[in-house]
Design a protein around this ligand. Structure first.
Ligand code: ZN
Length: 291
């Protein structure tokens, strides 16, 4: 399933993609057995996931909603996650381009959860900086409470995967060793367009990750280049704390970001960033000046 959050007249609702421009409203299709929002749905676990598959397969016409890109459009699949974590320097080639040593353990940092935004939505070039950079990434969404999960069992705790852009403000990133001030500006967490369930993703360790700025291919790698793969990340994080349904993990970016160029070529207003990951669709966001 390609799960979505769609926005109709300002209201965010849980859906599943049923065609190129059509979603099924899962609450309506399930006779209100399912909740109206993604987070409550994920918290309801495997039973809700099974009910969603039934509802999608048997949806009546009145549960089908046409996406017109304006009044009815897609939002971030998980619109209000409790926690957004990210892994830094997790591709060998990206670590090399930044001059950093290969990490011995995952470098974990936090993105402020309010940075999350969706497909087609603008990324702000901040008033406070011109050093705006892209990072195309595979994102993992947790599907059930996870603590002390061994890597071999990690797949059972994954609700699905989505494309993401860990938008970074490089000068603010270096204000402190935690990187946090440069990683959580409003609008700097685009995700989507869909949350794809693992059965439709295939091996999360063998997905092409590509990022374009306008029509120029900037990043072109594969998740097999990850230093710490998805199971290793989940094992490491859950050794320390509980991950909850709907928590989002950005898994790191490959080489080819702006800061890797000499001199850097940062994003400008008018640019469009496109992240494409095998089986996860295309996430495209325009850059505009912060209003
Ligand atoms: Zn990143």
């Amino acid at each position: 399933m390609r799960l979505v959050t769609y926005i109709r007249d300002g209201e965010q609702r849980l859906g599943a993609l049923s065609g190129d421009d059509e979603v099924v409203d899962l609450q309506r299709a399930s006779g209100s057995a399912l909740p109206p929002g993604m987070l409550a749905f994920l918290r309801a676990g495997d039973d809700a996931m099974a009910a969603a598959r039934d509802a999608l397969a048997n949806a009546e016409p009145d549960a089908r909603v046409a996406l017109d890109g304006e009044r009815v459009r897609l939002g971030p699949p998980v619109p209000e996650p409790r926690t957004v974590l990210a892994i830094g320097l997790n591709y060998r080639d990206h670590a090399a381009e930044t001059g950093a040593e290969l990490p011995k353990r995952p470098i974990v940092f936090s993105k402020v959860a309010t940075c999350i935004t969706g497909p087609g939505m603008p990324v702000y070039l901040p008033k406070a900086s011109r050093a705006l950079d892209w990072e195309g990434e595979l994102c993992v969404v947790i599907g059930k409470p996870a603590r002390h999960v061994a890597a071999a069992d990690a797949h059972r705790y994954v609700a699905g995967y989505m494309a993401g852009n860990d938008v970074s403000v490089r000068d603010w990133q270096s204000h402190s060793p935690t990187w946090m001030m440069g990683k959580g500006f409003d609008t700097h967490g685009p995700t989507g367009p869909w949350l794809v369930t693992p059965d439709e993703v295939g091996d999360p360790g063998a997905l092409d990750v590509r990022t374009w700025v306008n029509d120029e291919l900037k990043q072109n790698s594969n998740t097999r280049e990850l230093i710490f793969d998805v199971p290793a990340i989940i094992e490491y994080l859950t050794t320390a704390f509980t991950l909850q349904p709907g928590d989002v993990i950005f898994t790191g970016t490959p080489a080819g970001v702006a800061i890797g160029h000499r001199p850097p070529r940062f994003l400008q207003a008018g640019d469009v960033v496109r992240v494409e990951i095998t089986n996860l669709g295309v996430l495209e966001n325009p850059v505009i000046n912060e209003p």
